[in-house]
Design a protein around this ligand. Structure first.
Ligand code: TTP
Ligand code: MG
Length: 366
């Protein structure tokens, strides 16, 4: 019998989503300069146009057709694709887009974990089955396209591992759903290199022992793997079987703390909205205090009854931990939507740092 998975045996199936922007830096550049749409574009780190020096950070899918890829020297990329447009990296711009995309994603998340500048896991809010998850993913894709003019690919599965592999399955602008009963059909035909943690070297060693497909890795004697790879051998076999117990959770170095809620019925009742914001502010504050953080920025997230979503933020001069500031800024920021029917509201604080000893004394005696 294959290894049993307690997630499936004892609990309701989890639903995890992985969202990854398509050719992220290049897509942002194309959005900024629409004349580049449909063209091969490379974004280059340390770009020197005179000397044609630098390394490709990423490139558009049009450039990938020529064999261009991340980490390739510009000289080689321009040989493979002479019509390619080369642009220097503009990190500040991508970070700005990234933080707005992440705020959008948080609006759909019960649990959220940003993994890099362009990817995140989420356990979607109010999603009870895979059909709900698809509806949610389509909304996310639409909203990012509408607000930022770029596409993303989404994977949905019963854990982070499946969701991650699924999001890369049909890029760009993809949506791939892998239900628990389809995990084997999905994973088994893949080359072992598709399993996270199986890099070039491991792939080579596995090949020597006759393993090239995930199915072979999934069924090999675990001892054979642990002898060669130690504990990683055991983990690799688990992954090949689609097993992953990792939680979706905010990473160390948290960038924001947020809470949101969907109303039972869309509302424009100012009292109900203020009461809800205060409740969310209290929840954010509890997390903040527990983790000894100070903040400078307060944001509200608003989703209207037509599903358009907005974030509004305000940054103050001094670091604080004061819940009344969260409440008053949230109230001020939401005022712009006073004549609208709201479906969801959220409160978030960002611009966060750990409270140091001296600051602990100040706030404790306030
Ligand atoms: P990725 O998500 O790996 O790549 P991507 O978004 O460009 O393309 P894909 O559609 O395959 O997801 O990385 C996100 C960004 O990180 C990418 O746009 C640029 C940057 N990056 C580098 O700077 N160097 C690298 O080697 C890689 C892989 C990415
Ligand atoms: Mg990406």
């Amino acid at each position: 019998m294959s290894a049993s998975n307690p997630e499936q045996d004892n609990h309701e199936t989890r639903i995890v989503m992985h969202v990854d922007m398509d050719s992220f830096y290049a897509s942002v550049e194309v959005r900024e300069q629409p004349a580049l749409k449909g063209k091969p574009v490379c974004v280059v780190m340390k770009y020197n146009p005179e000397l044609r020096r630098g390394a490709v950070s990423t490139c558009s899918y049009e450039a990938r057709k020529f064999g261009v890829h991340s980490a390739m020297p510009v000289a080689k990329a321009s040989k493979l694709c002479p019509d390619c447009v080369f642009l220097p990296v503009r990190m500040d711009l991508y970070k700005e887009v990234s933080s707005r995309v992440m705020e959008t994603l948080k609006g759909y998340a019960e649990q959220f974990e940003q993994v890099s500048v362009d990817e995140a896991y989420l356990v979607p809010v109010s999603v009870h089955n895979f059909d709900d998850a698809v509806v949610c993913a389509l909304r996310i894709k639409d909203e990012i396209k509408k607000n930022e003019g770029i596409t993303c690919s989404v994977g949905i599965g019963s854990n982070k591992l499946i969701a991650k592999i699924a999001s890369g399955y049909q890029k760009p602008d993809g949506l791939t759903v892998v239900k628990p009963e389809d995990v084997k059909d999905f994973l088994y035909p893949m080359p072992v290199s598709k399993i996270p943690g199986v890099g070039e070297k491991t792939t080579e060693v596995l090949k020597v022992i006759g393993i090239t497909k995930v199915e072979e890795l999934a069924n090999v004697d675990v001892q054979l793997l642990t002898e060669r790879f130690g504990r990683m051998g055991f983990i690799m076999k688990q992954r090949a079987n689609g097993i992953d117990y990792g939680e979706v959770q905010e990473r160390e170095g948290v960038k924001s703390i947020s809470k949101h809620i969907t109303f039972d019925e869309d509302t424009d009742d100012p009292e109900k909205i203020e009461y809800t914001l205060n409740m969310l502010a209290d929840a954010v504050y509890n997390n903040l205090k527990k983790n000894h953080y100070l903040f400078r920025t307060v944001s509200v997230l608003v989703r209207l009854n037509n599903f358009s979503t907005y974030t509004r933020a305000k940054t103050i001069q001094t670091w604080t931990q004061d819940v009344e500031i969260i409440k008053s800024l949230a109230k001020e920021l939401i005022n712009e939507f006073h004549d609208k029917k709201l479906r969801l509201v959220g409160v978030s604080i960002s611009n966060i740092k750990k409270q140091d000893e001296r600051q602990t004394l100040i706030t404790d005696f306030k």
